[in-house]
Write a protein that binds this ligand. Sequence first.
Ligand SMILES: C[S@@+](CC[C@H](N)C(=O)[O-])C[C@H]1O[C@@H](n2cnc3c(N)ncnc32)[C@H](O)[C@@H]1O
Length: 196
Amino acid sequence: MCIISRDTFFKIFGSGSFIGEGSGFMGSDLEPLISFSRVFRPKTIVEIGIQRGMTAKCLLENSPWIEKYIGIDVTPDHKTTLHIQQNEVPTIPGECVKDDSRVELIVRPHGSRELQPADLPKADLIFIDGDHSEEGVLFDTNLARQIIKKGGIICWHDYGNHLVPGVQTVIDQLNINEGDHICLIENGLLCFQFAI
Ligand SMILES: C[S@@+](CC[C@H](N)C(=O)[O-])C[C@H]1O[C@@H](n2cnc3c(N)ncnc32)[C@H](O)[C@@H]1O
């Protein structure tokens, strides 16, 4: 596993400071996403598992260059693959960003599992934070890899979170098979890969 220290990360990609509220789900992992946005100025972002939209709101408020933000989630009656994720299912997906004209919400009974690459635009930044089961992470990774633009970035949240070990299992396996292209930011749960 390639691990980059937070210090080195922010030296390379610049500050992740932001205005507005953060996201309870992300904690200090939000700052690297802000850094990526500030340095690469993504026009199109896809977030798989937008929940209420707290991370989306922060990214949108701090990134006037974003033109399109697609937020994907499930309907409130969805039974999550992992029981432990059931209480994360929002009553109103994307409610924090519903009035932002740049946002398009895709809410389906089975969320991203119902989507194919043709349902989504090519994206500059994709944030995978939905179904954290092994099948879910693998599915979302394959979906993301088919719509990421060359030079774009795919990020995964919750690597190393012992409550949802599937994220780490999948990423470790991908790294073994593919040669360590996915990198973890030290002292956090956020991983990233550049699409080349
Ligand atoms: C950890 S929360 C996401 C937090 C959010 N990304 C943020 O930073 O504020 C996980 C989300 O994934 C959603 N989810 C679960 N299974 C999903 C699926 N198959 N497709 C899309 N979203 C899913 C849940 O409903 C929940 O909103």
